[in-house]
Design a protein around this ligand. Sequence first.
Ligand SMILES: O=C(O)C(=O)C[C@]1(C(=O)O)C=C[C@@H](O)C=C1
Length: 364
Amino acid sequence: MSEQELKALRVRIDSIDEKLLELISERARCAQEVARVKMKELVEGEQPVFYRPEREAWILKRIMERNPGPLGNEEMARLFREIMSTCLALEQPLKVAYLGPEGTFSQAAALKHFGHAVISQPMAAIDEVFREVVAGAVNFGVVPVENSTEGAVSHTLDCFLEHDIVICGEVELRIHHHLLVGDTTRTNSITRIYSHAQSLAQCRKWLDAHYPNVERVAVSSNAEAARRVKNEWNSAAIAGDMAASLYGLTRLAEKIEDHPDNSTRFLVIGNQQVPPTGDDKTSIIVSMSNKPGALHELLVPFHENGIDLTRIETRPSRSGKWTYVFFIDFMGHQQDPLVKAVLEKIREEAVALKVLGSYPRAVL
Ligand SMILES: O=C(O)C(=O)C[C@]1(C(=O)O)C=C[C@@H](O)C=C1
């Protein structure tokens, strides 16, 4: 390409950027107006609701449907995700708690869902994420709930039994693990590999094949594994991209997870109910009496009303009341007439029913 052509294209890019700049600023001013209207319409004692997950899901879906290319739908939606995130920060800077430390997949999930304009706050344990949300110290929390290879995160499920909290959204994150080393690591003398127990399990076959005699040490998070490697010449860590860049580590081997479609589902927890979008999920906890056929009885209303179950999990109960506890996710919103009918039927049969929330299905 000649210098002349390049110059002309750059002039065009500059002029497009100017238009983008004006349009993005106009959008941001609009968001400020939205905030003003929301404040104006408050009745006494009411708190304004700035973050509207149902509206965000609708916008992102529409962008993906109308995307003319050549950028892919996900890439385009990610750009709009960030524009909305910064617009929302003008209305209200959101505080979001996640399972820390910095660099964990939970943080990556929080930023994927809310965009980078939120204030993300690392917590030492899943239970702390719940407590911060309940106490109102943060607006939302992001907690892992299931992994496609390793199954349910039982600690998160137990927290739902203990806390009164609303599920406001879900995030799906593809989990890629890398074997990471520091500048001073002697790669031929690795005697120890650190990672979170779940990640070690997700890379079990790869480790058996490549590092059969190396000690595997489970630590509290992948980011903690990456942090330790920084100071030890004989160890490596299994962790993801965020932890690698946070601690300046190099990838000795990439994407070492045993299942290439390894992904983790996270839930967004908060204190606000989310209106329907037309493409929603609902999560409930049900306890049935300890009698034969109880699970069958519980599932029949879903089948009869043609409602798709997306997940069912059983946990031991914590009290006499919660004899058998089932965590159930299904398609639909609690305001849909069919879902209402199912919930009423279950309420009649169950020892207890707790609706954890209805929320838009993950868009990104
Ligand atoms: O539509 C609203 O209620 C807004 O506040 C605007 C906006 C946006 O930028 O489009 C910002 C934040 C909300 O979470 C949803 C949408």
